[in-house]
Write a protein that binds this ligand. Structure first.
Ligand code: PRP
Ligand code: URA
Length: 215
């Protein structure tokens, strides 16, 4: 699979995004700065992922004259972070669309099998009519991403986009094979997974770094 040329796999390449992801990777970056960077990266990625939003004309009166100008039309947006690490991206996305609803899906990876386990799911009403953006900084094996999308589909979701910060080729392949119709936005594509299914070079455990629970 040539990830660079795969439809619906969008590898973002803005220099600001690259710079911030490099800072995020640095093991000397502490919790405070890590959180700030995740938020800023979510803004940059969200800006791209929301590029297709439709606008509709409204009348506005400037100090000079009345004019017809575009506003975002009433699309029902919903951001769904995968707990815990996806929470770090919510504020950035909400800074772009403050009126969006927010759902939550709780998944954790078993340390031995690396299989995801669901422990929480709370979504807004009318999920079928909403444009859903699933947020998780890390796409490693792809297991969590696939389970989150499976759950959303079971609940009736139809229009889903996935946004991650760092992805491993293994996870991209697994996700795209399972859900080729779902746009996958990636901030950085890394080399591979290690024997513990961590992304190399990656940034370590995103949830632990955001919430300061590193052992
Ligand atoms: C991390 C990350 C993803 C998942 C990715 O969460 O935030 O949800 O691992 O790995 P995968 O692609 O192999 O499924 P983790 O399970 O460590 O939970 P946490 O966010 O609570 O730390
Ligand atoms: N989850 C993380 O937080 N980091 C990885 O490298 C893989 C899964």
């Amino acid at each position: 699979m040539d990830i660079q040329k795969t439809e619906n796999v969008i590898l973002l390449d803005h220099p600001l995004l690259k710079h911030k992801i490099t800072l995020l990777r640095d093991k000397r970056t502490g919790t405070n700065e890590f959180r700030r960077l995740v938020k800023e990266i979510a803004v940059l990625e969200g800006y791209e992922a929301l590029r297709h939003l439709k606008t509709e004309p409204v009348e506005v009166e400037t100090p000079i004259e009345k004019t017809i100008q575009p506003t975002i039309s009433g699309k029902k947006l919903c951001f769904v972070p995968i707990l815990r690490a996806g929470l770090g991206m919510v504020e950035g996305m909400l800074s772009l669309v403050p009126s969006a609803k927010v759902g939550h899906i709780g998944l954790y990876r078993d340390e031995v099998t690396h299989e995801p386990h669901e422990y929480y799911c709370k979504l807004p009403y009318s999920i079928a009519e909403r444009e859903i953006y699933v947020l998780d900084p890390m796409l490693a094996t792809g297991g969590s991403a696939c389970d989150a999308v499976k759950l959303l589909k079971q609940k009736g979701a139809k229009n889903i986009t996935f946004i991650c910060i760092i992805a491993a080729p293994e996870g991209v392949k697994a996700f795209h094979e399972a859900y080729p119709e779902i746009p996958l936005y990636i901030g950085a594509l890394d080399r591979c997974l290690n024997e513990n299914a961590y992304i190399c070079p990656g940034l370590g455990d995103a949830g632990d770094r955001i919430f300061g629970t590193l052992k």
